[in-house]
Design a protein around this ligand. Structure first.
Ligand code: PMP
Length: 363
């Protein structure tokens, strides 16, 4: 039929056994609720959007000064030297660089929790033949710092800690983590990924940047992708000792790591407490709504300090995810502690309602 509209592309038949967030985004471009990548739909701020437009007029120029200005703003606020700082196009290139640096041509091993954000240990093991030594979480789904310390041996080249942890949304006790880092970093560097720290009630009191300031061999990674809502703009950074930052230099060109538009947007968003408070408030409202839906349907969940919630399923998690996708709701599956799990990112209220509607049909 010459005039027939082309059939909509069918969802691929393949199971999402090893699906990635990229695969979901490609195969399901028109989801009603995009709750699979821990993005923040309440951002970026209007000020950040205006800053992008402002920077466009001069975007034929290299962003030397904008990146310098952003570096100065962040390092001043965090109380560290410029030599202790490196910017990246999101934190991913910096995690990737760390994987290269610490895999040590295949000799090293990386001690990291499981389940945790697997990018760094996965990259290191996949591309650089390092070994990921997986340490299970405690029964309350937090980092088992004692077990992690015991897992360190002569081969360990890095300890990776994601705090708050993705995918469980849990936070480890700050005093214990600081003591752990100060002790352990005498033997091996500790990489603390603080992607979600802005969601905590007291980020300043929780950050491990304090340990960097005290001279310990700790690398702290941050990103604008989460509470600032910059996932598509790509701005992240690390804070570490100057000699450690130097070892990242072969993998970065700091003057050109991010676009002028992104740098100007980050300048507008960093320290914008009104916007950040509002985004946090909306996130918490949506999270409370999700908790209520889960309770009403008879489910438990891991109480979350972040913009995502993990809860156990009573069906195969990959099948659950596929069924949710078919209903226009993107979420992610996990298997650990011999259970099937779903991780839902916190979105706008209409997205949480779309989740509720689809979920009710499956629960
Ligand atoms: N760290 C953690 C813990 C994350 O969850 C993510 C994104 N999912 C990243 C780092 C990478 O994010 P980005 O490159 O956008 O900063």
């Amino acid at each position: 039929h010459a005039n027939a509209a082309p059939a909509p592309a069918a969802a691929p038949a393949s199971s999402y056994k090893r699906f990635s967030e990229q695969a979901i985004a490609r195969d399901f471009p028109t989801l009603k609720a995009r709750l699979f990548a821990n993005e923040n739909p309440f951002g970026p701020s209007e000020k950040a959007k205006k800053a992008i437009v402002d920077a466009m007029a001069n975007s034929y120029q290299y962003p030397f000064l904008l990146i310098e200005e952003l570096t100065a703003k962040i390092t001043t606020a965090e109380g560290v030297a410029k030599e202790q700082f490196m910017i990246g196009a999101g934190s991913t290139p910096l995690l990737q660089a760390a994987a290269m640096i610490f895999a040590k041509n295949g000799g090293g091993s990386i001690v990291a929790a499981d389940p945790s954000y697997d990018y760094l240990p996965e990259e290191a093991s996949k591309f650089f033949n390092a070994k990921w030594v997986k340490v299970p979480l405690t029964p309350d789904y937090k980092h088992d710092l004692d077990a992690m310390e015991k897992a360190i041996d002569a081969n360990t080249s890095l300890v990776y800690i994601c705090n708050p942890n993705n995918p469980t949304g849990t936070v480890v006790d700050t005093a214990k983590l600081k003591a752990f880092c100060e002790r352990v970093s005498k033997r091996v560097p500790v990489f603390v990924d603080e992607a979600y720290i802005d969601y905590l009630p007291d980020p300043k009191g929780t950050t491990l940047i304090d340990c960097v300031k005290k001279g310990h061999n700790v690398i702290v990674a941050r990103t604008f992708s989460k509470l600032h809502g910059f996932a598509g703009l790509r701005v992240g950074y690390i804070v570490a000792q100057p000699d450690m930052i130097k070892s990242f230099e072969p993998y970065s060109s700091s003057w050109g790591a991010i676009a002028a538009t992104s740098a100007n947007a980050a300048l507008a968003s960093y320290g914008d407490t009104d916007f950040l408070k509002e985004a946090l408030k909306k996130t918490n409202e949506s999270k409370e709504y999700l908790y209520a839906v889960l309770k009403k349907e008879g489910y438990t969940y891991i109480p979350s300090s972040t913009n995502f919630v993990m809860f156990p399923l009573n069906m195969d998690s990959e099948r659950f995810v596929e069924e949710m996708m078919k209903r226009g709701v993107g979420v992610r599956s996990w298997k650990f502690n011999s259970k099937e799990w779903c991780r839902v990112s916190i979105g706008r209220m209409d997205e949480m309602k779309a989740f509720e509607e689809a979920f009710k049909q499956l629960s």
